[in-house]
Design a protein around this ligand. Structure first.
Ligand SMILES: [Zn+2]
Length: 138
């Protein structure tokens, strides 16, 4: 399953970054997911939960930010929302050659929130830090 391998890759990258920083608990992970990345958000959320079991990410909240797909026409420099299913013909000049994808294939970890000290059940929550350990997944 596509989403399962993505979820496992995300979990292992976050685990590595958290271990390097000495974090005990990862509470939230924010992903940027392009419209054309071929990811079903519900499936990803489900797989993420499974992939997090027995790791420092157990119970972490996953936020997937959708990135709308946009294309640019190289002949008239027009830009448009590609939509789903993708429309790669330029709405301004009708050209379908020289179309380049500006956005929509993103699949990256935006940021991770973790607690790196203090017991989890303390009255005052441990300070949460937001960092950006990984800029690009592929
Ligand atoms: Zn055009």
């Amino acid at each position: 399953m596509h989403e399962m391998s993505i979820a496992m890759a995300v979990v292992s990258q976050v685990e590595e970054a958290a271990a390097a920083a000495g974090a005990h608990t990862v509470s939230a992970v924010r992903l940027q997911v392009g419209e054309l990345a071929g990811v079903v958000p519900d499936a990803l959320a489900f797989c993420f939960e499974l992939a997090c079991a027995d790791t420092v990410l157990e119970g972490a909240a996953l936020t997937a930010e959708a990135v709308p797909a946009r294309a640019r026409c190289t002949s008239c420099t027009g830009e448009w929302a590609v939509g789903m299913p993708p429309d790669l013909c330029c709405p301004a000049c009708g050209g379908a050659t020289g179309t380049e994808l500006v956005s929509g294939r993103e699949l990256r970890i935006l940021d991770v929130t973790w607690d790196d000290d203090g017991p989890q059940d303390a009255a005052v929550p441990a300070p949460a830090h937001t960092r950006q350990p990984i800029s690009e997944e592929r």
